[in-house]
Design a protein around this ligand. Structure first.
Ligand code: ASN
Length: 339
């Protein structure tokens, strides 16, 4: 019989409305179980690890990502797969971070949650939870069907580092426009076999050293030298720069000079687009050619969540900015497509 470890961190799935204030607050896992008697009828053994402090995912942190990676490592040999219950607000960050922290993963790590509490009559939590468990235990020829860090939500399975929360009120909360979904659930559970990554031969390795101090520079027409200078002067080694269209920026000399000085001083600047669909193409327009020349890293079609967590992960592993730049531009866990 399959064994699944459910790790409960919090999120709306396990919240209840406070009778007096009406504010949604997290509840404990036993109260969740009471709402899903169907769990008993699943043909698998379920172990549960509940965090001591149950959180809204806006309070998620790299320290908790490390604890999640450790729990996966400690239980790796004794279970067939993992289901992590997590708030949807920052689920894509945690899933992206875990995808980098868990190297050579060959078992499913499926994040899920819900938009309505599990106790609500119209809840989406039960379907999300039950199908996430089905996916975590799904095997073919004794091998996991999805040996990846994923997000399962509203009948769709996404690669974790390709998804982002785009809707705060619909059940269809996530999208992954730059990569196909890995499975779809309906009457049948259909896996997109060709889009699922297959593991290499190596042993699972956990990377817990993250450098969480990164900065973000989001461009807008009219951004001033003062603003750009402030972000670039901050005491961080990595900056995620959200640019226009296919990775374009102003060509104003002051702007390019500030970026160049920052790169020359050893900072890594990663170019990702403010567009949610499509990719950065450094050098396609005049407005990105100089970025390539001065050593800005190409983020291709990475999500913001993947870009931030990948930068934290690489800065935690490597001190040489050239190595960090090179690896940022490399497909490590299926997070980018080199065009
Ligand atoms: N605020 C919640 C959270 O991210 C939202 C949710 O889970 N739907 O924890």
């Amino acid at each position: 019989m399959s064994q699944i470890l459910i790790i409960y961190t919090g999120g709306t799935i396990g919240m209840m409305s406070d009778p007096t204030t009406k504010v949604l607050r997290p509840i404990n896992f036993e109260q969740i179980m009471d709402n899903v008697p169907e769990l008993e009828r699943l043909n698998c053994k379920i172990k549960v690890h509940s965090f001591d402090t149950i959180i809204d995912s806006s309070n998620m942190s790299p320290a908790i990502w490390s604890e999640l990676a450790r729990l996966v490592q400690v239980n790796y040999d004794s279970v067939d797969g993992f289901v992590i219950l997590h708030g949807s607000d920052t689920m894509a960050y945690t899933a992206s971070a875990l995808s980098f922290m868990l190297e050579n993963l060959d078992k499913p790590v499926i994040f899920t949650g819900s938009q309505l509490p599990i106790s609500a009559v119209r809840t989406d939590a039960k379907e999300n939870l039950m199908t996430a468990i089905e996916i975590a235990k799904a095997k073919k020829n004794d091998k996991a069907r999805v040996p990846e860090v994923c997000i399962y939500f509203d009948y769709k399975l996404f690669r974790g580092n390709r998804a982002f929360k785009y809707n705060s009120s619909k059940f269809e909360a996530f999208r992954s426009p730059n990569y196909p979904i890995l499975a779809e659930s309906g009457v049948h559970l259909r896996f997109s076999v060709n889009d699922i990554r297959q593991p290499g031969d190596g042993q699972l390795t956990i990377h817990n050293e993250l450098e969480s101090d990164v900065a973000v520079l989001k461009l807008y027409p009219g951004i001033s030298p003062k603003v750009v200078e402030t972000v670039l002067a901050s005491d961080v080694r990595g900056i995620i720069m959200e640019t226009f269209g296919a990775g374009n920026t102003t060509t104003d000399a002051w702007f390019i000079d500030l970026l160049k000085n920052a790169v020359d001083s050893g900072k890594v600047i990663l170019d990702i687009s403010q567009c949610k669909v499509g990719t950065v193409e450094l050098g396609r327009y005049e407005t990105s050619k100089q970025l390539k020349d001065i050593g800005i890293a190409n983020g291709y079609d990475m999500t913001f969540e993947a870009a931030v967590t990948k930068t934290m992960y690489l800065l935690g592993q490597h001190s040489d900015p050239k190595v960090v730049k090179e690896l940022l531009e490399t497909d490590l866990r299926g997070e980018l497509t080199i065009s």
